[in-house]
Design a protein around this ligand. Structure first.
Ligand SMILES: O=c1ccn([C@@H]2O[C@H](COP(=O)(O)OP(=O)(O)O[C@H]3OC[C@@H](O)[C@H](O)[C@H]3O)[C@@H](O)[C@H]2O)c(=O)[nH]1
Length: 485
């Protein structure tokens, strides 16, 4: 700054030759070689005065940041805007699957709420499949991918997924929803496959699937079938079309661990014939298949081991502990603690699974002023936060160089009794607890060692249970209230 002032005063004192000034003596016409340095000197002098250069640089930084972070602008809901021509050039077109039907009776609809089109500086958009994309974590991932300009096909059989989780994307030309069970093959043309499909709650284990094309598979549990056949189908697709494949595995691969906290190098302690094995062993097999396809067929793969996750959009009757406690406390029912309640888990807020924290305050500010500039519909601060935060852990893994497996979880460890206390604090101090028998093979403790993710993905969770829980409670109380109405 001092230097700038110095330079600018120096320049003011200098006689800067101008073409308008009449020379004292007749001179030869200045050659282009001599005129351009003097022009440059004049321009430099102008820029350096009154800190103009500083303002120009600041303006350039703000503008490029804006376009990098928000590569869309709002166009009207009806008809093509001039920007749509650019969008048509930039957006990929999908080959529609012949073997499955899209939601809404065929092709994805165009227009409606698909108001944003890319503009400015941005990475080329990708064509992405998210299996289980109408589920809890999947739908947050879909929000994230669409928000950054990708085209997304969601495959979901709605066993535990819900249309409500993705309904806000209906009408977006970059979004397509296919009702399909991944245990059957499907052919699509995409760049990346996020494979999330699988019921993840122990209360769903053992439910019989009544229909299967291949008769001998129909007595398998949904979890095992989805993890084995579903993963095989998606890996086959990835191989065929040359797509990168990300498997969302689970902390359950460590079983009832003998090592604590659990590192990715730990091989686990799983009962292969227990009631939980359909999920635990199913995911372990899915990891094996993924590595086989990588080694044998050179498919580019990524593996995430996701630890207990909670947040908005979980099923109200999901059966997992956080959703159970919150729903029970809101409904004024006793919170059901299984066993002695001394078993531990580490709970991660869904945004952490998906968030790049360094950018949050920055994007948050821009997102606050954005609706005023482009007249976007008003959103709640929670929507805004969720839109920004979603699923960066998974996206960072998909786009990074490291294959994994990576533990993605929050290392904060709680007993179920401690969790009940936090839910009481947040929801209702008068809430009570009720002890129930525990389920078989329930892991006694669980806590991720996330050093590898910190080091190689530059990722770590930030939202504590006391910060994350109120956000989930807001969502749950709205849904419980409207269900009661
Ligand atoms: O109402 C309840 C529900 C559950 N629990 C206990 O809470 C603990 C956590 O149970 P959850 O069902 O939420 O989750 P689990 O850790 O057993 O399994 C989960 O692990 C990681 C994920 O991949 C899966 O989402 C899920 O299988 C268990 O010890 C369970 O016994 C209760 O005390 N009360």
């Amino acid at each position: 700054m001092k230097q700038l002032h110095k330079q600018s005063s120096l320049n003011q004192n200098q006689q800067i030759p101008t073409y308008a000034a009449k020379p004292a003596k007749p001179q030869a016409r200045p050659s282009s070689a001599s005129s351009s340095p003097s022009f440059l000197r004049a321009a430099a002098g102008y820029l350096l005065r009154e800190q103009r250069l500083l303002f120009v640089l600041a303006g350039a930084v703000i503008a490029s940041t804006f376009f990098l972070l928000h590569p869309y602008y709002h166009s009207s809901t009806s008809g093509l805007q001039p920007s749509d021509h650019l969008a048509h050039r930039l957006l990929p077109t999908f080959r529609h699957p012949s073997s499955a039907s899209s939601f809404g009776g065929g092709d994805a609809t165009i227009g409606g709420s698909g108001k944003r089109v890319p503009v400015g500086l941005k990475k080329p958009s990708k064509r992405v499949v998210v299996t289980g994309g109408a589920g809890f974590v999947g739908s947050h991932l879909v929000d994230k991918l669409l928000a950054r300009g990708d085209s997304v096909i969601v495959i979901d059989n709605f066993f535990t997924g819900r249309k409500e989780n993705v309904v806000h994307h209906f009408g977006n030309p970059r979004f397509e929803l296919i009702r399909h069970d991944v245990v059957e093959p499907i052919l699509l043309e995409v760049d990346e496959i996020y494979h999330l499909a699988c019921p993840a709650s122990p209360v769903h284990y053992n439910k019989d699937d009544s229909f299967c094309f291949i008769d001998c598979f129909k007595f398998l549990t949904i979890e095992y079938k989805t993890n084995v056949m579903g993963t095989l189908n998606m890996l086959g697709l990835a191989k065929r079309i040359g797509a990168r494949f990300l498997l969302t595995s689970t902390s359950e691969v460590y079983g009832d661990p003998l090592e604590h906290p659990q590192k990715e190098t730990y091989w686990g302690h799983v009962n292969p014939i227990g009631v939980r094995s359909c999920y635990d062993e199913g995911k372990r097999t899915a990891e094996t298949l993924t590595m086989d396809y990588h080694r044998g067929a050179e498919v580019e793969v990524r593996i995430a081991r996701i630890f207990n996750t909670y947040g908005p959009r979980m099923c109200l009757d999901d059966g997992r502990v956080v959703s159970n406690f919150v729903a029970q406390a809101l409904r004024k029912e006793p919170m059901t603690v299984y066993g002695d309640g001394k078993q531990t888990r580490s709970f991660q807020y869904v945004s952490d699974l998906v968030l790049n924290h360094v950018l949050v305050p920055f994007i948050f500010t821009i997102d606050l002023i954005y609706p005023f500039i482009f007249e976007l519909p008003e959103r709640t601060s929670d929507d805004r936060y969720m839109k920004i935060c979603q699923v960066d852990g998974l996206v960072a893994l998909m786009e990074g160089e490291h294959m994994g497996p990576f533990n993605l979880g929050n290392p904060g460890e709680f007993t179920m009794l401690e969790l009940a206390e936090v839910v009481k604090e947040v929801v209702d101090p008068s809430a009570t607890i009720e002890f129930r028998p525990n389920t078989a093979d329930d892991p006694h403790m669980r806590k991720p060692d996330i050093s590898k993710a910190k080091e190689q993905l530059n990722w770590e969770p930030k939202v504590t249970l006391r910060e994350g829980l109120p956000r989930m409670v807001t969502d749950f109380s709205k849904r419980i209230l409207s269900a009661e109405k």
